[in-house]
Write a protein that binds this ligand. Structure first.
Ligand code: ADP
Ligand code: MG
Ligand code: ZN
Length: 588
């Protein structure tokens, strides 16, 4: 360390000691702190003997000699209480801080910061780390570390087909260039979270055997103006030096949102970053052997400039897997795990409609954890089933004490869902009803979906809506009261009804019309005007309300008509907590 550095360190240490001493000296108190409400209780109970008061602080001496200090929320009220309890109050000037106390506490952190910055910024000392801010945070995975290949990606045959060309180009760019073939510079992977976008990008680089620079959109969004843009510049510079390679920008929507809706600093910064990204993408020729890949689940919010030719001119959509895809994904993730022969991955695939690859990986992992906790040799059907419940309902919570009353309400609520779904003709069969709380749900009904549905009819939706509302309807029919337990149901029902009306043209009042802007309510910012009239908005509200009301009324009617069955199911639930599909069938 250079002599001048040592001097600085000494100065800092000295400052620190001063700070500690100073803060000691003006908080020297033999008084214990106490919560205000506890103190009031003590006053009312006559435990307080005497009080001294100054400014906003009360110091009390207790009958047993205990001394406490309280900050009253409401001085007037505290005084009233003290008067009622006949506690003598003495007004004093309680010792405050010395005048220089504020100076020390205020200036010292600033001094420390200046010293720190000065040390870090000096070339040589600390290597000028301060200015590393602008270096990109991209993580580089070399050929050796990135062992993920297309074998690790299950299903998605069309996607793999589309990416095969990119891989081939990265392996031998010359061949393409000699023929004058134009290769996309940018490939945007688009799809819901957990469908394997990040995985695919890594597999492309692993398969092509080229370096993989990955950075996430959120890494770019910094509070210092200009840092994001500098990072982009640096990222492309580094990539150029090691072409052919892949630059992967995960969650690009964090930087790539449409420009021009901004209000304030963070947006300026994001726009600068985005502009820099556009400049860099225009600035390199495909001949350089760099492919920029990006992933997003919100392509609708991306700035259109990103999708222009010469930028992300190829968009690859990724959907959640169908049954066959799910079976393949399960197979990939079951590879390192021991399963009992009784576990059928095909059955699980059939049961997990709507699961993404990430959900499935999670499912198998949960099952393995359960098997380990139960000291089992291999994962059995019981573990798979419990893991499934856990994934579907968002994980079991710590046990909570539930009153008998609440349990009864939950039992009628879930029995309502089950009974009404069972009485409607367009609903999935029920696998299980339970009043054991899981995640945020106080109870749940598990359905066994029969097949993948590509499209659904209005009749099916109406039944579904009725089933969702049946929980609350049962509470009202039986207990004559409603509770917060149905809040999530109401949200789902309203959301479904709204989509029926606005997206799928299922309300006769509006007819087959799509009611939403290009970006729907999602962008919402200052510039985004709705593309429908206020009258339409009003009609939509009416139609949504009507759908929900009618669904609710249907549920109430059904429950009134089958009141006996409802009671039977609810009482069985109270007794056994969980009913299987067939047990339910017998009761109904
Ligand atoms: P995304 O980036 O689309 O949100 P990820 O690529 O991060 O999703 O996927 C998360 C995890 O889910 C992966 O690491 C992988 O374990 C699993 N996964 C997702 N899709 C697949 C798939 N098609 N094949 C195998 N595993 C998958
Ligand atoms: Mg991802
Ligand atoms: Zn419910």
């Amino acid at each position: 360390m250079a002599p001048s550095n040592r001097a600085w360190v000494m100065a800092l240490l000295f400052g620190l000691i001063l700070f500690v001493l100073a803060s000691r000296s003006f908080s020297s108190k033999p008084y214990e702190g106490k919560a205000y409400n506890e103190f009031l209780a003590d006053v009312q109970a006559g435990r307080v003997e005497q009080v001294r008061m100054g400014g906003n602080v009360i110091r009390a001496t207790y009958a047993q000699g205990e001394q406490v200090q309280v900050i009253p929320l409401d001085v007037e009220y505290a005084l009233d209480e003290l008067r009622k309890a006949n506690v003598p109050v003495e007004y004093v000037r309680l010792p405050g801080r010395p005048w220089w106390g504020g100076l020390v506490t205020g200036l010292l952190p600033a001094g420390l910061l200046i010293g720190y910055l000065w040390l870090m910024a000096r070339p040589g000392a600390g290597g000028g780390q301060l200015f590393q801010f602008s270096r990109s945070r991209a993580r580089l995975l070399g050929r050796e570390e990135n062992r993920i290949t297309m074998k690790d990606v299950a299903g998605l045959p069309e996607t793999k087909e589309e990416l095969a060309e990119v891989i081939d180009f990265l392996r031998s760019p010359e061949r393409y260039l000699e023929l004058g073939a134009r290769i996309p510079k940018g490939v945007l992977l688009e799809g819901p979270p957990g469908t394997g976008k990040t995985l695919l990008a890594r597999a492309v680089s692993g398969e092509a055997g080229v370096p993989f620079y990955s950075i996430s959109g959120s890494d770019f969004v910094e509070m210092f103006a200009g840092v994001g843009a500098a990072r982009v510049r640096d990222l492309f510079e580094r990539a150029r030096a090691s072409a052919p390679c892949i630059i992967f920008m995960d969650e690009i929507d964090a930087v790539g949102r449409q420009r021009g809706h901004g209000l304030g600093g963070a947006n300026d910064e994001r726009e600068q970053t985005l502009n820099q990204l556009l400049v860099e993408m225009d600035g390199f020729a495909a001949a350089e052997g760099i492919i920029v890949m990006a992933a997003t689940n919100r392509i609708d919010v991306l700035d259109p400039a990103l999708l222009r030719p010469g930028r992300f001119d190829r968009v690859v959509h990724i959907d959640p897997p169908d049954r066959g895809g799910r079976a393949e994904i399960l197979l990939v993730h079951a590879a390192g795990k021991r399963l009992e022969p009784a576990v059928s991955l095909d059955d699980i695939a059939a049961l997990t409609v709507g699961f993404t690859g990430a959900d499935l990986a999670n499912l198998l992992n949960e099952a393995a954890l359960l098997a380990a906790r139960r000291r089992k040799e291999a994962i059995g059907p019981a573990e798979m089933e419990n893991a499934y419940e856990r994934v579907v309902t968002g994980g079991a919570e710590k046990k909570r004490v539930i009153s008998r009353q609440e349990k009864q309400r939950v039992a009628f609520h879930e029995a309502g869902h089950a009974l009404v779904s069972r009485k409607l003709s367009h609903t999935d069969p029920i696998q299980k009803v339970s009043i054991i709380p899981r995640g945020r749900a106080a109870g749940y009904v598990l359905y066994r979906p029969e097949e993948d549905r590509r499209t659904q009819s209005r009749t099916e939706f109406l039944d579904f809506l009725t089933g969702i509302l049946a929980g609350r309807a049962a509470e009202e029919v039986v207990l004559g009261d409603t509770s917060t337990g149905a809040a999530n149901d109401l949200e789902r029902a309203t959301d479904l009804a709204r989509r029926m009306v606005t997206q799928w043209g299922m309300a006769p009042e509006l007819g087959p019309i799509l009611v939403s802007g290009r970006d729907g309510a999602s962008v919402g910012g200052v510039g985004a005007a709705p593309v429908f009239s206020e009258r339409t908005a009003w009609t939509v509200d009416q139609a949504v309300r009507k759908l929900v009301h009618e669904g609710y009324q249907r549920a109430v009617d059904l429950l009134r008509r089958h009141r006996d069955a409802l009671e039977r199911v609810a009482h069985a639930l109270l007794e056994r907590e969980t009913l299987s599909g067939s047990e339910l069938e017998k009761l109904i």
